[in-house]
Write a protein of this length. Structure first.
Length: 162
């Protein structure tokens, strides 16, 4: 029975992947991409699928960029591989925050990680300040910087809630 369901899932994923290629998405299974698609759809943003850019932009103005962080309930959204030092690398890391008009933290249900529970809108200056504090406290030159739902509730605003 499970094998039949697995085959159906594979067929659906292959169909979805083919559909994605028709709109210029070469790798639907790129880590985080499907969740970014879900978030962009909810917020009405235009998805950016390249790995080396923001996650989305305003549909009317591609210079207005957005970054998405996501996690399941109880987890934390994070910026990976943020540099504490050298200074040049730290500034490059912080640019990943500063280039955005807004940053969004989407919390997905732990029992259904394809469904969004809540999305918080965060100001880049607050995210950058918290990032700098976390980097300063870190004993590593390269760190993951995390943002929990509690922090987002205290520092951001809810723009979507299921």
């Amino acid at each position: 029975m499970a094998n039949k369901i697995h085959r159906e899932i594979i067929e659906l994923v292959l169909k979805a992947s083919e559909l994605a290629r028709t709109i210029g998405i070469p790798n639907l299974l790129q880590p985080g991409l499907v969740k970014e698609m879900i978030i962009a759809d909810i917020l009405g943003h235009e998805l950016i699928t390249s790995k080396r850019n923001a996650d989305a932009h305003d549909p009317d103005d591609p210079t207005i960029l957005y970054e998405y962080l996501s996690c399941k309930e109880g987890g934390s959204g994070q910026f990976d591989r943020m540099f504490k030092r050298p200074l040049e690398k730290r500034e490059e890391s912080l640019y990943r925050i500063w280039r955005n008009n807004k940053i969004y933290l989407a919390i997905f249900y732990s029992t259904n990680q394809a469904k969004v529970k809540v999305i918080f809108e965060l100001e880049p200056k607050l995210v950058a300040a918290e990032t700098e504090q976390q980097l300063d406290r870190s004993t590593n030159d390269i760190s993951h910087v995390s943002f929990r739902e509690k922090w987002a509730r205290e520092n951001g605003k809810i723009v979507y809630q299921d």
